[in-house]
Design a binder for this molecule. Structure first.
Ligand code: NAD
Length: 464
């Protein structure tokens, strides 16, 4: 299994981060008297369940168990692939010892494993939702029913109907005062937080345009050859979810959402329309013929209500120039938003439109202990639970997911797509996702040649 190192931090990274954080000042105090009604447990201990034991699930669990000044304990885990919960729990146990208490009877394998994990928890505990996004609304709905706080990974939706559903669910979560974090960690990057404030305070002047790039070679499950024997189509597609639009929104949504998100955050609004180009170029090599649904390259022009543009280029091709960063340009200068990767420090402001010697006006300076946004987002989430303070990132998570899907749909259909159009588009990518079992047919079926339907801009009205 090949994973993008930018995408799935390694266990070694987490060990390093945890060490750094242990030395940091205690950020959160003991359980406050004003704890929310749902936090009914007598002790300060918060129990944690994990749904989706992959790269990010393990990483989020490490962050949970590393929150300074908090007593969190992992008690249950589930996945749809046998062996994954046990392997993840064993690695966490090695690192965290008694903070991991997951006996064999609390390791679950199956599509109903999310219920079993959450049934092990009590109101006020936390569930981590780190499966591919297709399952997010199903798992979130049950978490709300059980009165659980939630950390869920991005994207949180991949289409219009599930976005509406998530917004409705968010209303229910708010009614129950549940704390919900969404893994758009740029917003917890302290350098970017300061930059965003400076931009909102007018330091760049009026924003003229923004640009973001994620261009590198093929990574994660960006592309897939025909399904081999010995695995069902459903499980093949879930395992290689970046390749299939129903499971992840494809590589466009999965890879690019962070940069789209933080540039919209800098601007302080959401674009109202998108037009885009994209295409499939190299669809076979020595490994075989690639049958996934992704384009190799995407170029999206988003337009905000005031006419400001956000240009985003995404490409997964070997041998091409690699650029992975984001920028904002205003009437008073320009900003390096992410200097590298999804949200790399430092952020900076320059006089003029081109960073050069002597042009620096400001550069972020974040203390080492605060430099890991994956840890910061957990510190904030747990502090909110302990302090009984509201913290809910669902609405912005859904809107970012939808705006990302809007750019993707514009590229896949070859049409201009508005925010209202993608929100009200009735194409639900995986209508039966809540009822899936190991015997279910996959939401996407291949043709007799083993190839899956792909986007055909200008020919098909829907994305495939
Ligand atoms: N914020 C970030 O920087 C970041 C980084 C990596 C991944 N992610 C996100 O995290 C999510 C998971 O990505 P990943 O890289 O960990 O993928 P992964 O394949 O490593 O892990 C996903 C896990 O979920 C399991 N799974 C799939 N369907 C399930 C279901 N219905 N119930 C239980 N388990 C199920 C899979 O078997 C797999 O073990 C994605 O939404 C991805 O976009 C975010």
């Amino acid at each position: 299994m090949r994973h993008d190192p930018q995408h799935s931090p390694t266990r070694r990274d987490f060990l390093a981060d945890t060490g750094r954080l242990a030395a940091a000042a205690v950020l959160v105090g003991p359980v406050a008297e004003a704890a929310p009604a749902v936090h009914v447990r007598g002790s300060g201990k918060i129990r944690v369940g994990l749904v989706g034991c992959g790269g990010r699930g393990g990483g989020a669990a490490v962050n949970a168990l590393s929150v300074p000044g908090a007593e969190l304990e992992l008690v249950a885990a589930s996945d749809v692939f046998a062996g994954k919960p046990a392997a993840t729990v064993a690695a966490l146990k090695e690192q965290f010892g008694s903070k991991v208490d997951v006996p064999a009877e609390r390791l679950f394998v199956g599509f109903d494993g999310y219920r079993r994990v959450m049934d092990c928890l009590q109101p006020g505990d936390i569930v981590i939702l780190t499966t591919p996004p297709a399952f997010r609304w199903v798992h979130f709905a049950y978490a709300i029913e059980k009165g659980l706080h939630v950390f869920m990974e991005k994207p949180v939706t991949v289409d219009g109907p599930t976005s509406k559903r998530m917004l409705e669910l968010d209303g229910k979560a708010r009614q129950k005062s549940l704390v919900v974090g969404v893994g758009l960690m740029s917003r917890h990057n302290h350098g970017m937080q300061e930059l965003q404030k400076r931009i909102q305070d007018g330091e760049l002047g009026e924003i003229l345009f923004m640009r973001g790039y994620r261009m590198h070679g093929p990574s994660a499950f960006f592309r897939s050859v025909k399904k081999p024997d010995g695995i069902s189509d459903l499980m093949y597609q879930i395992q290689r979810f970046h390749s299939f639009l129903w499971a992840s929104g494809g590589n466009f949504s999965d890879f690019n959402i962070h940069i789209v998100d933080h540039l919209c955050w800098m601007k302080g609004s959401w674009p109202e329309r998108a037009q885009a180009v994209g295409g499939r170029h190299y669809r076979a090599d020595k490994d075989g013929v690639y049958v996934d649904q992704n384009f190799d390259g995407y170029g999206v022009e988003y337009t905000f209500a005031d006419g400001t543009k956000l240009f985003f280029d995404g490409r997964c091709m070997p041998g091409c120039k690699e650029v992975y960063a984001s920028f904002a340009h205003g009437t008073n200068g320009m900003a390096v938003v992410s200097s590298s990767g999804d949200c790399g420090l430092p952020s900076a402001i320059h006089k003029g439109q081109r960073p050069k010697a002597g042009s620096l006006a400001w550069k972020s300076n974040v203390p080492p202990a605060d430099q890991n946004p994956y840890q910061n987002e957990w510190n904030v989430l747990v502090a909110a639970i302990q302090g009984g303070k509201p913290h809910n990132e669902v609405e912005s998570g859904v809107k970012t997911s939808l705006v990302t899907s809007m750019g993707r749909m514009a590229a896949h259909t070859g049409q201009e797509i508005t925010y209202e159009q993608i929100l009200n588009c009735d194409h639900e990518f995986a209508p039966g996702v809540a009822e899936l079992t190991f015997d279910s047919p996959a939401p996407l079926l291949p043709g007799p040649d083993g190839r899956y339907p792909v986007p055909m801009p200008g020919e098909k009205q829907r994305e495939w």
